[in-house]
Design a protein around this ligand. Structure first.
Ligand SMILES: [Zn+2]
Length: 68
């Protein structure tokens, strides 16, 4: 038997570093905060390509049915 405390390892999606999947590894699956921010930045850039609707509400016309 040779398996007990071996942590599960994942690869950092940014730099391919092996990262132990432990509670102290707060940036998992990334090896560091830096890699996480890099990946997050790329993800946000891809998100921007998806057309979205502007979230604007016209709530200022004083026509509130509950206001009676
Ligand atoms: Zn990394």
């Amino acid at each position: 038997m040779s398996s007990s405390d071996q942590p599960f390892f994942v690869k950092c999606p940014v730099c391919r570093h092996l990262v132990p999947w432990t509670a102290e590894q707060e940036f998992k699956p990334f090896c560091s905060e830096r890699c996480r921010l890099i990946d997050l930045g790329e993800w946000v850039m891809e998100e921007k390509r998806i057309p979205g609707e502007p979230l604007e509400q016209e709530n200022d016309d004083g026509d509130d049915p509950f206001f009676q």
